[in-house]
Design a protein around this ligand. Structure first.
Ligand code: AMP
Ligand code: MN
Ligand code: MN
Ligand code: MN
Length: 303
């Protein structure tokens, strides 16, 4: 049990928390972050230390398709004033397109989840080989070695690593440019992914005792009708919560209203990958409107 005296006024988005953890009356919460175990640039321990320095009390590590960093993050947190929630962000297919499902409060040793994530990382490896071959045909050489080097030894290769290689080799000016010109849907280096169904990802997370969060629905560029169909299917598959991300304008957004109608809790996280200008840092999250259930209230993780 933690026995800390909290500053009475929290500097970021904070929540009154009379019961979680006890003795704390104001919490800064960030439930979506990445480390070097996927496409983040900080090791899990450095991520935790940065979160502490920014006043975050409750942090979920949610690497893409990998829980390998959770133990290191929890180790780093053990003598610091922060609680780390074991998490993951699973790449999945819904209605022919990629969506992300965040799992929070998971048992990382649950065999079906662990096997499922292993198979996704395997298909990332195969996709990387095909992406590199297509980039090669488009005149970009050496991208598999480059992306693999940038991913480091602990991460499966993803498009972010190819994007960093394209920036490093000056094919493009920045990561957005890399996706726009080479890696985005329909571009020269695009390979359709073979992720599991969203319902399958949800079942793995539930099998591991976790809460399922539909990640950043605002980023899927769906019409209101299709968004509603996504929420409907998410509910039928047993989905628990919807993430509100972005710049704080979502208080009265369509997603919050939809979440209320569908009975989903809300989650909020920075989706931090790296420190930088114009990107959310740890603890920079969108406030959950009062009166809406928050997913962190359902988490069991304690120190
Ligand atoms: P992957 O899961 O390997 O297909 O890579 C997707 C990841 O690339 C996302 O999780 C983001 O971190 C990153 N990314 C950065 N910019 C973009 C973009 N413009 N479009 C899609 N993904 C992006
Ligand atoms: Mn990412
Ligand atoms: Mn995502
Ligand atoms: Mn993410």
């Amino acid at each position: 049990m933690r026995s800390v005296v909290r500053k009475p006024q929290c500097e970021r988005v904070c929540y009154d928390a009379p019961s979680f953890p006890p003795a704390i009356h104001s919490l800064s919460i960030d439930l979506h972050t990445h480390s070097t175990y996927s496409d983040g640039v900080l090791s899990p321990a450095d991520l935790v230390r940065r979160a502490v320095s920014r006043g975050v009390d409750l942090l979920a590590l949610t690497d893409h398709d990998d829980t390998g960093g959770v133990a290191e993050a929890q180790d780093a947190a053990s003598d610091l004033d922060i609680v780390v929630v074991p998490g993951v962000e699973i790449s999945a297919i819904w209605s022919g397109q990629t969506i992300h499902i965040v799992g929070l409060d998971i048992d990382v040793r649950a065999p079906e989840l662990a096997d499922g994530l292993t198979s996704i990382r395997h298909s990332r490896g195969e996709r990387a080989i095909r992406i590199a071959a297509q980039l090669d045909a488009a005149g970009v050489t050496g991208s598999l070695q480059g992306a693999t080097r940038l991913a480091g030894s602990s991460a499966a290769v993803g498009r972010s690593h190819f994007a960093r290689f394209l920036v490093e080799q000056k094919y493009v000016r920045n990561s957005d440019d890399a996706f726009r010109r080479y890696l985005g849907t329909g571009r020269a280096g695009y390979v359709p992914p073979s992720w599991p169904d969203a319902a399958q990802a949800i079942a793995w997370i539930h099998g591991a005792g976790g809460q399922t969060v539909l990640a950043h629905p605002d980023r899927y560029r769906l019409s209101p009708r299709v968004m509603q169909s996504l929420f409907t299917d998410f509910r039928h598959s047993g989905g628990d919560a919807v993430e509100i991300s972005g710049d704080g304008r979502y208080k009265s957004s369509a997603q919050v209203r939809l979440a209320r109608r569908f009975g989903f809790a809300l989650s909020s996280g920075s989706d931090f990958h790296a420190p930088g200008k114009n990107v959310a840092d740890l603890g920079d999250v969108t406030e959950i409107p009062s009166g809406m259930p928050a997913v962190w209230q359902r988490l069991r993780t304690r120190k």
